[in-house]
Design a protein around this ligand. Structure first.
Ligand code: TEU
Ligand code: CA
Length: 565
C-alpha cells in the first residue's frame, strides 16, 4: 500500500459523543457540540479524533447497535452537520477516525427486520439463525458478553438468533459474501466522504467456528459458558480481513485500529505487520484485565490484586515483540473502562501527581497514544449511590442477573460497579464549574460527577501546572524527539514492585523513564551505564525537579521523570 504511516507519530483523542458537549439543551451531547469544542482539541495538540458511533441507533448500547450505517443518530444531528464537522476538523489539521461496528447491527436495522420475517426471506442468511436443540432450548451454551444466553428465540419463525452482546445486537453472518460486500461498500461511502480511518469494534469476533460448538463447562454452577475459543480470532478472520484490505483499506491512506480482545503478541504481529498485516494497529486488553479474575467477561467484576511486575511483563512483551514487526496502540482508558487515575493512581491524595505519572509512563512507550475524553483533566470514577443512577446496559443486566435473579448482596455488586462499571467513563465531560459542568443547559442523560467544581477544563486551562498542560507537553515531546516514536524499548529494574523504569534508544539517543507507582518516597540507584552529567530532564511531574545526588535518585509518591541523553 502507499500509506505514509502518518499514524505512527500521531496522538489520538477519543470522543464519546453522547457525553462530550450538548449544544441544544436536550441533555445529550451532539455533533454541533463537538464542533464548538474543536479549538480545545487544537490547544491540547492532538492529531486525530476517534469518534465513537454517531450512526442511527435505538441506543440499546449507546450507538454500538446501529440501525442505519449511512444515517446520523437523530439526537446527534444530521449528515449536513457531520459534513461541517469533518470540514472544520480538516481545516484545523485534525483527522477523523470513525467507529465501525460490523460484528453486529441493531435488531432495528432493516436487514434484521427482513431477516426475522421468514426462513426464505432474502435477508435470512444475513444473521446467524439456528433451530432449537433436541431439548427445545438454545442451540448452544454460549453466554453473552452482557449476561444471559447469547441466543434469543424469535416467535415469527421459531428459531434462535445469535447475539454475542445484547439481544438488540444480532450478530451478522460474515460467512455470507453479500453481507461482507455491503459492508465494504458502506465503508467506501464514508471514506469517499473524507473519513481518515476506522476503529473496528470487536473486529476479531466476526468469524465463528463452524458448527458453533458448545463451550467447555468451566463454571458448572452457571447455565451459560464463556465461548471465546469459538468466536475470537476465528478460522476465517484473516481471510475476511484480507478481502476487506484488498477491496477497501488499500485504496486509502488511513488509520485502522482493530479492537481485538483475546490476542497474543504473536497475533498482534500477524495483524499489524507491514508486509502482510491487515490493520495499522490493534487494541489489546491484557493490561486492562490485570485487575480481573480470568475466565470470561464476568471476571472483570471480581477485582483481583496485582503486582507491578505483572504489568511490566504484559507491557514489555508487547513493546518488545512488536518492535519493527508491528505497531502498538497505547491506552489506559476508553468508554468501556474505569478512569485510570482512580484505577491505577490515587484520585484522592495524589490526583495530579498520579494522573501525570500514568500519562508519562504510557506516552513514552512505543506506539500510538490514545487519550479518552476527560483523561487530560484527570476525570475520576463516579460512585453513584443507587443503581437508578446508572444507564449502561452491561451494568443493568449485571444487576438483574446477580441482585434480582440470584440474590447477591446489592452493596457488593454496587461496589464492583463503582470500581469497574463502564459508566465511570461516560459521565458528562467536565467543562467548567457551572451547573451540570457546562455540559448541557438541560438535564444530562446521566448525572455529572460531583467533583466537576474542582476538576474541569476551564480550571485546567487557567492552571499552568494542570494535567491538561502536562498532556500537551507530552504530545509536543513526541513531535520533537524521534526516540519517542522509534526508540527500542528495554525494561530495567525488572523485579522492582514499586518503580516502573525503562529505556528507549534510537540512533545515538537514549531516553530513561522512571515512574513511581506507589504512595511512598523511594530511593533508587541511578542506572550506572547511563551516566548523569550530560543528561537532560525532559519532563517531570512535580514542581521541583527530582533529586539526583551521588548516583541516587529520590522519587516522591507517584513521581515520574524522563531524561534524555
Ligand atoms: O466492546 C467490546 C467488548 O469486548 C466489551 O464488552 C468490553 O470488553 C467491555 O465493555 C468491558 O467491560 C465494544 C465496544 O467498545 C463496547 O462499547 C460495545 O458495547 C461492544 O463492543 C459491543 O458493540
Ligand atoms: Ca443535544
Amino acid at each position: 500500500s502507499q500509506s505514509t504511516q502518518w499514524w505512527k507519530d500521531s496522538v489520538v483523542y477519543q470522543i464519546y459523543p453522547r457525553s462530550f458537549n450538548d449544544s441544544n439543551g436536550d441533555g445529550i451531547g451532539d455533533l454541533q457540540g463537538i464542533i464548538q469544542k474543536l479549538d480545545y482539541l487544537v490547544e491540547l495538540g492532538i492529531d486525530v479524533v476517534w469518534l465513537s458511533p454517531i450512526y442511527k441507533s435505538p441506543n440499546d448500547d449507546n450507538g454500538y447497535d446501529i440501525s442505519d450505517y449511512q444515517k446520523i443518530m437523530d439526537e446527534f444531528g444530521d449528515l449536513e452537520t457531520w459534513d461541517r464537522l469533518i470540514t472544520e476538523m480538516h481545516d484545523r489539521g485534525l483527522k477523523l477516525v470513525m467507529d465501525l461496528v460490523v460484528n453486529h447491527t441493531s435488531d432495528e436495522h432493516e436487514w434484521f427486520a427482513e431477516s426475522r420475517k421468514s426462513k426464505d426471506n432474502p435477508y435470512r442468511d444475513y444473521y446467524v439463525w439456528r433451530p432449537p436443540n433436541q431439548n427445545g432450548e438454545e442451540p448452544n451454551n454460549w453466554v453473552s458478553f452482557f449476561s444471559g444466553s447469547a441466543w434469543q428465540f424469535d416467535e415469527a419463525t421459531g428459531e434462535y438468533y445469535l447475539h454475542l452482546f445484547t439481544k438488540k445486537q444480532p450478530d451478522l453472518n460474515w460467512e455470507n459474501p453479500e453481507v461482507r460486500h455491503k459492508i465494504y461498500n458502506m465503508m467506501k461511502w464514508w471514506l469517499d466522504r473524507g473519513v481518515d480511518g476506522f476503529r473496528m469494534d470487536v473486529i476479531n469476533l466476526i468469524s465463528k467456528v463452524e458448527g458453533l460448538p458448545d463451550a467447555p463447562v468451566a463454571k458448572p454452577e452457571d447455565k451459560y459458558q464463556w465461548g471465546s475459543d469459538f468466536f475470537a480470532n476465528g478460522p476465517r478472520f484473516m481471510e475476511f480481513m484480507n478481502e476487506m484490505k484488498e477491496e477497501v483499506l488499500d485504496k486509502y491512506d488511513i488509520l485502522t485500529v482493530g479492537e481485538t480482545g483475546f490476542v497474543t503478541p504473536e497475533e498482534g504481529k500477524q495483524f499489524t505487520n507491514e508486509e502482510d498485516g491487515v490493520l495499522s494497529m490493534i487494541f489489546q486488553f491484557q493490561h486492562m484485565d490485570i485487575d480481573a479474575q480470568p475466565g470470561g467477561q464476568m471476571g472483570k467484576w471480581d477485582i483481583r490484586d496485582w503486582k507491578l511486575t505483572e504489568l511490566k511483563e504484559i507491557m514489555s512483551k508487547w513493546q518488545v515483540e512488536l518492535y519493527n514487526k508491528g505497531w502498538n496502540s497505547l491506552f489506559l482508558e476508553n468508554h468501556d473502562q474505569p478512569r485510570s487515575v482512580s484505577r491505577f493512581g490515587d484520585d484522592q491524595h495524589y490526583h495530579k501527581e498520579s494522573a501525570k505519572m500514568l500519562a508519562t509512563w504510557l506516552h513514552m512507550m512505543q506506539g500510538t497514544p490514545y487519550i479518552y475524553q476527560g483523561q487530560e483533566l484527570g476525570m475520576t470514577n463516579v460512585h453513584f449511590p443507587s443503581i437508578e443512577d446508572y444507564r449502561d446496559v452491561e451494568i443493568l443486566n449485571l444487576w438483574q442477573e446477580l441482585v434480582v435473579d440470584k440474590g447477591y448482596d446489592p452493596e457488593e455488586v454496587l461496589h464492583s460497579i463503582h470500581e469497574k462499571g463502564r459508566d465511570n467513563a461516560r459521565t458528562p465531560m467536565q467543562w467548567d464549574a457551572t451547573e451540570n459542568a457546562g455540559f448541557t443547559e438541560g438535564t444530562p442523560w446521566i448525572k455529572v460527577n460531583p467533583n466537576f467544581t474542582e476538576i474541569n477544563a476551564k480550571a485546567a486551562l487557567k492552571d499552568p501546572d494542570s494535567i491538561f498542560y502536562y498532556y500537551k507537553k507530552l504530545i509536543q515531546l513526541r513531535k520533537d524527539h524521534n526516540v519517542i516514536v522509534h526508540g527500542e524499548y528495554e525494561l530495567i529494574w525488572e523485579e522492582d514492585q514499586q518503580v516502573y523504569a525503562y529505556k528507549r534508544t534510537y540512533q545515538d539517543k537514549t531516553l530513561l523513564v522512571m515512574a513511581n507507582f506507589t504512595r511512598d518516597t523511594l530511593e533508587r540507584e541511578w542506572p550506572g551505564e547511563l551516566g548523569n552529567n550530560n543528561s537532560s530532564l525532559l519532563i517531570h511531574n512535580y514542581q521541583e525537579e527530582p533529586k539526583v545526588k551521588d548516583k541516587v535518585v529520590t522519587l516522591r509518591p507517584f513521581e515520574a521523570a524522563v531524561y534524555l541523553m
